[in-house]
Design a protein. Structure first.
Length: 296
């Protein structure tokens, strides 16, 4: 999830504009919900003279209170605006890639959003899911310390992976041939070697995640842990939810592991779209329909 330093001013300005638009919509929604409806005004006009005076007084007070009350910017949004306005480091994903996840967040937020990876875009994801819960899982303890120093409000946990990229072919064969890897269950109790079941807080497994973003762990060299387990576990969490569906996003699908494992364990039949290096899947619960095939 660590991004290279970019100085593309245009991209940063567009990103800041997105946050300001979100803030404006939030404020407008708050104001409109406080305005009295036309029906209430008609009812008040048909009351007695005393009631009209009382109503007028009440309305005057309400109007006065409204003008004196300030709708505050959500803390997550305020922090994000300040952060991205004062840094030359921009998110690793492109604007078009971010827009794919943004469209889903606009529909589902506030929601439960799980992100594999921690980086300079983490504050953005938390802000776009204002009012919901956004959790980050990161492999590097020192990186967590660096990010938390700058963004202390983020909820993130350290995760250890027991795989390496050179094992990807072997793990893929096991995952696609072993029946235990096709069983829908809590990852903590799965006997599939691809399932992440250690060093993750139990609370992460107890939550039904509406969105899952796989943008970690490191996978660009042979000795890196790779994203095999993260992709498989994301799919297992989605299938194991009680009902509904989970939108799963996998980044860096231009690489062999991300491409192969996302198609194999999130299934091409559940693929919604691909934008650049980001792939979007919509995986339904398999508990609501016993006997549903692993892939459609």
């Amino acid at each position: 999830m660590r991004s290279k330093q970019q100085t593309t001013i245009t991209f940063k300005l567009i990103l800041i504009c997105l946050f300001f638009l979100f803030m404006i919509l939030f404020v407008m929604k708050s104001i409109f919900t406080q305005n009295p409806s036309p029906d209430q005004k008609v009812s008040s006009s048909n009351s007695t003279i005393d009631e009209q005076q009382q109503s007028k007084s009440t309305k005057d007070c309400a109007s006065l209170a409204l003008t004196q009350t300030c709708t505050k910017t959500p803390p997550s949004l305020a922090n994000a605006l300040v952060h991205y306005a004062t840094t030359n480091i921009t998110p690793q994903q492109t604007l078009k890639e971010i827009s794919v996840s943004l469209r889903i967040l606009e529909k589902k937020s506030p929601c439960n959003f799980l992100v594999f990876g921690l980086g300079h875009d983490s504050l953005m994801w938390t802000s776009l899911n204002h009012g919901g819960r956004t959790v980050f899982l990161e492999e590097d303890k020192s990186w967590i310390a660096q990010i938390k120093e700058k963004m202390p409000t983020l909820e993130c946990y350290h995760v250890e992976y027991n795989t390496i990229v050179t094992e990807a072919d072997k793990l893929y064969d096991i995952g696609t041939s072993k029946e235990d890897c096709k069983s829908v269950t809590d990852p903590r109790f799965s006997s599939c070697p691809l399932a992440l079941k250690e060093n993750i807080p139990s609370d992460v497994y107890d939550v039904e995640w509406d969105l899952i973003m796989v943008d970690a762990p490191t996978g660009y060299h042979d000795e890196a842990p790779g994203r095999m387990s993260a992709i498989y576990t994301a799919g297992l969490m989605a299938r194991n939810r009680e009902n509904g569906e989970t939108d799963v996003f996998v980044h860096d699908v231009d690489r062999v592991v991300e491409d192969r494992f996302s198609k194999g364990f999130l299934c091409e039949g559940y693929l919604v779209e691909q934008e650049g290096r980001l792939r979007h899947f919509n995986v339904p619960s398999h508990r609501t329909r016993p006997g549903r095939p692993y892939c459609p």
